[in-house]
Design a protein around this ligand. Structure first.
Ligand SMILES: Nc1ncnc2c1ncn2[C@@H]1O[C@H](COP(=O)(O)OP(=O)(O)OP(=O)(O)O)[C@@H](O)[C@H]1O
Ligand SMILES: [Mg+2]
Length: 220
């Protein structure tokens, strides 16, 4: 269970450019469910995702994972915790161009790649990428690359998968395929995705809406 309590985030504190991106946002996400985060551009969706996933420290407020405050960990402990429990899929895929699809999927488990090789191949096949296992990113389509990035996010069986507009660079058909795969992964993990596209959230268990840095009343 992941919980944000009274989350605030201020950029450039004390400078003329100071800007409050999030105000007193409290949210709660149950286990093994799919959630969407919606809202206009600039409303604070990515900021919220970064706070919840331990990539950015809240200016005020707490992030609790199974009732433990993740920001009470030392920075190396937090990095290890994130690696073990969280997976990330971004709008841009950030694959490494000189590695094959299979090698890219194995990047997060560098040390144990032998142990994970079978699972990596299985994930790529489940995502319809059997023919791409040995291909490099520039030899694949945008949709294929994004699915490789999803396999990479899932390789170490994270408890929570965070997606920041994971389907934004895809056509509608590929976007639906990616969301369907994420949805089918719900019995293994909680999935939290930021998206502009309502239609890909048909299967979501809950949606939250952020407007000008605040949670819209009535959601979650
Ligand atoms: N590094 C930064 N310094 C100052 N302000 C920032 C910075 N990054 C983002 N902001 C501001 O914080 C607000 C929230 O940004 P955020 O990226 O969370 O929005 P978003 O909802 O994800 O938007 P989009 O849908 O366009 O991705 C925006 O108004 C943005 O201008
Ligand atoms: Mg964003």
């Amino acid at each position: 269970m992941l919980k944000g309590e009274g989350l605030n985030y201020i950029f450039d504190i004390g400078k003329p450019s100071e800007f409050q991106a999030l105000r007193d946002v409290s949210v709660q996400f149950g286990d093994k469910k799919l959630y969407g985060i919606l809202g206009p551009s600039g409303s604070g969706k990515s900021s919220l995702l970064y706070l919840l996933s331990g990539l950015r420290k809240p200016t005020k407020g707490r992030v609790l994972f199974d009732n433990n405050d993740i920001w009470s960990l030392k920075s190396n402990e937090l990095a290890e915790f994130r690696n073990k429990n969280f997976g990330f899929v971004f709008q841009r895929h950030f694959l490494i161009n000189y590695l094959t699809a299979l090698e890219n999927v194995l990047v997060p488990v560098n040390k144990d790649f032998k142990k994970y090789e079978g699972r990596a191949k299985e994930l790529l096949c489940d995502l319809g990428l059997e023919s791409c296992i040995k291909k490099k990113p520039f030899e694949m389509s945008g949709g294929q690359r994004q699915r490789v990035a999803i396999a990479r996010a899932l390789i170490n069986e994270p408890k929570i998968i965070f997606g920041d507009e994971p389907t934004a660079s895809l056509d509608h058909e590929n976007a639906i395929a990616v969301m369907e795969f994420l949805n089918s992964y719900k019995n293994h993990a909680t999935i939290i995705v930021v998206t502009h596209d309502q239609s890909i959230l048909k299967e979501a268990d809950g949606q939250i809406r952020i407007i000008d840095g605040s949670l819209k009343e009535g959601d979650l």
